[in-house]
Design a protein around this ligand. Structure first.
Ligand SMILES: [Zn+2]
Length: 357
């Protein structure tokens, strides 16, 4: 695993690449969000921070300290659909006239941001009830989610990006790579020449990126397996010869392979732990979340349920667990007597660490 402290050489390389880190405050538990200024032509901002006066003030002040104004921005890149990253994009784009770039499949979601909110909430509520979360908690959470939306905003995307395309700036080419999982629209930007990856929330050093259950961007009703998708995306990132990964929160990452390997190991362990609990007795998703996280499973009911369902998907796919109906809720039950330390590799397609011996 890489050291906690980022070396001065790493910061020098980032600065020399014309990349400036602006840490913008958010009202969320995650703390500040990282946005990046690329001092290039066009002058480019990667993500914006949430839609708040405080975030806008900070963005202006930090740009000013670097000798730039919001009005100077020419391109804004949106890495994914979460409000802590995109809330200010519209305001900044209107003031500067900057182009706004985002992965093509996220465009309808970004342009209609908030309109489908009621439907999103209803689907999340149905999912929560089905997995044993009480009506009381479901209602409380809907209020919180509703109030959070004010930190987001609709975005007019003038430059839809396609997976695999090169986004050319004067001094660099960024390869657009779709890496769904943390959210369905996660996009990373690869500077192969400098071996620097702009990864947003796809990979964060100090926290594992929550693969939140989200509605598919193509409008289909089928729930996607967010953690399975995420692990597949991580594998692709593991293949990149990246030397510096710039994340959406926290510090720059060196040694991304070791970090990703530790995430694979963590997800494997968590799935094994859940299997152990399910083997003892059949349980709902919410009961499993409570067994692992206690009260946090109530205050963060959707987040922890997403975690549980993501890992149980791995167990269901491998044939160790099945979902059974129990009145209005579903429970998970074990289908085998296999002990939890004998499950073998649950990472989809095989754990690359094991493959390397
Ligand atoms: Zn995010």
């Amino acid at each position: 695993m890489s050291d906690d402290d980022v070396s001065p050489e790493t910061w020098q390389r980032i600065t020399k690449a014309g990349i400036r880190l602006l840490r913008i405050p958010t009202p969320f538990q995650v703390g500040r969000v990282n946005t990046y200024l690329l001092e290039d032509d066009p002058l480019t901002l990667v993500d914006s921070g949430p839609n708040s006066g405080k975030a806008l003030d900070e963005l202006e002040r930090q740009l000013d300290a670097l000798g730039h104004r919001i009005e100077d921005l020419e391109l804004i890149i949106v890495t994914h659909q979460h409000i802590d990253h995109l809330g200010l994009v519209d305001i900044v784009a209107n003031r500067s006239g900057a182009e706004v770039a985002a992965i093509d499949l996220a465009v309808p979601f970004l342009e209609n941001f908030g309109d489908d909110a009621e439907r999103d909430d209803e689907e999340a509520a149905t999912l929560m009830r089905r997995h044993g979360i009480s009506e009381e908690v479901v209602r409380a959470l809907r209020q919180v989610t509703g109030s959070f939306r004010a930190w987001g905003s609709k975005i007019k995307v003038s430059r839809p990006l396609h997976d695999g395309e090169l986004l050319d700036l004067r001094d660099r080419s960024l390869e657009v790579q779709h890496r769904p999982g943390h959210s369905p629209s996660d996009t990373v930007f690869w500077d192969g020449e400098r071996r620097i990856l702009l990864a947003a929330d796809h990979l964060i050093k100090h926290i594992s990126s929550n693969p939140l259950i989200s509605r598919p961007l193509d409008g289909s009703a089928q729930r996607t397996q967010a953690l399975v998708t995420y692990l597949e995306s991580l594998k692709r990132t593991r293949e990149l010869p990246a030397e510096i990964v710039l994340a959406g929160h926290g510090e720059p990452i060196t040694g991304h392979v070791a970090l990703i390997d530790s995430r694979f190991a963590m997800h494997q362990r968590r799935a094994e732990k859940l299997y152990g609990l399910i083997s003892e007795q059949s349980r709902t998703g919410h009961e499993l979340a409570q067994a692992i996280w206690g009260d946090v499973a109530v205050t963060q009911a959707f987040l922890t349920l997403s975690e549980v369902i993501g890992h149980v998907d791995l167990l269901v796919n491998a044939g160790y667990v099945r979902e059974v109906a129990d009145g209005d809720v579903v429970r998970y039950e074990a289908t085998s007597e296999t002990p939890s330390d004998r499950l073998g590799d649950l990472i989809p397609g095989g754990n690359p660490v094991a493959a390397e011996g």
